[in-house]
Design a protein around this ligand. Structure first.
Ligand SMILES: Cc1ncc(COP(=O)(O)O)c(C=O)c1O
Length: 342
């Protein structure tokens, strides 16, 4: 094992963490897709972070390992977070709270682009209720962070000990989950005797991207991280990702620096707005399902995989490149977007 991975492990060990994953998630080859002539000989692999085994799975469990560690260290008894109505982070926070006997308060904001019945009541919304979370559905225009501040005061007034997580769980502490994932991927690549030139992820609140980039940077690996922004514009997402990656590195090793040019964000797949379906997303979700039997979500993974498909079809990568797409979960979103697939 290269020394740099030991360095990453040692840095991560300084932070309280509660195990929520069963072990490493698999890396699988997309053999049928990789054989398509239009993909120009690129070898596509997926990191199955959709297979994390609690609450329907997804990337947020890796962040929640560190966030729950922090919350329990502070003696919290209630987890509070916010996000869009179909937030996967909210759903998994509710599942984690249920598993650990904590209360959960979710602040959910309406979508600017979808108001249909499936979106408002199915998918993650249905699951939040099953996990027993208390849901605060905000009216349009109410700011969730301001609402959270008030809610925390109210909960404290009731003698509760709330722990607040930001949008997407993407605080520097939460993002450590993906620095740990970077170490996991580098070890798996070593065992497979292969090198991934690029790891491709959706970029929403930027914690997944930042954590991975901090992890590979600290480990001294040459693998690049490319994020397809689905929430912010390309420029905003790049700025946020740089800032967050530096914050994660501050937690891990103050002496490790990050060059501005390490940030690779592509905003071409966002479409009209966060959560607005695009033709390319629909095609990507259908292709992964029909050719590989894999399910990705319409808001994050579908858009990021659409970006990867466009790039390999354009010939952006040389033949034989090994590319790793992180499947971040979010499958319940498919049921909320039924109409988009009709
Ligand atoms: C399924 C899924 N994939 C990707 C992301 C993006 O991760 P991040 O917010 O860390 O950028 C999210 C965030 O909500 C998500 O729910």
């Amino acid at each position: 094992m290269p020394n740099d991975l030991n360095h990453l492990d040692a840095a991560l060990a300084a932070y309280p963490r509660v195990a929520l994953l069963e072990g490493p998630t698999p890396i699988q080859k997309l053999s049928r897709l990789s054989d398509l002539p239009e993909l120009n000989g690129c070898q596509l692999y997926v990191k199955r972070d959709d297979l994390t085994g609690l609450g329907g799975g997804g990337n947020k469990l890796r962040k929640l390992e560190f966030l729950l560690g922090e919350a329990l260290a502070e003696g919290a008894d209630t987890l509070v977070t916010w996000g869009g109505l179909q937030s996967n982070h909210a759903r998994l926070t509710a599942a984690v709270a249920a598993r650990h006997g904590l209360a959960c308060e979710l602040i959910l904001t309406p979508s600017a682009v979808r108001t249909d019945d499936d979106f408002c009541h199915n998918g993650n919304v249905l699951l939040d209720a099953l996990f027993g979370a208390k849901v605060h559905r905000l009216a349009r225009g109410v700011l969730p962070d301001a609402y959270a501040t008030q809610l925390v005061d109210t909960l404290k007034g009731q003698g509760k000990r709330p722990f607040v997580m930001p949008l997407g769980g993407s605080s520097p502490r939460g993002s450590l989950g993906y620095a740990a994932c970077a170490g996991e991927i580098l070890r798996q690549a070593e065992a497979l005797d292969m090198h991934f030139e690029q790891i491709i992820v959706p970029n929403g609140s930027a914690g997944t991207h930042s954590g991975l980039l901090a992890g590979v940077t600290l480990a001294g690996a040459s693998t690049q991280i490319l994020g397809y922004s689905v929430l912010a514009t390309e420029e905003q997402a790049a700025t946020t990702t740089l800032e967050k990656t530096r914050q994660v590195l501050q937690l891990l090793d103050r002496s490790t620096t990050l060059a501005d040019h390490s940030i690779r964000v592509d905003g071409s797949q966002r479409g009209d707005a966060y959560g607005a379906p695009t033709e390319a997303m629909l095609e990507a979700v259908r292709l992964l399902a029909s050719q590989e039997g894999l399910l990705t979500d319409p808001v994050y993974g579908g858009k990021a995989f659409a970006g990867l498909l466009a790039a390999v079809r354009r010939g952006d990568y040389r033949a034989g490149s090994n590319l790793l797409f992180v499947m971040t979960g979010g499958m319940p979103g498919l049921f909320a977007y039924r109409r988009a697939f009709e």
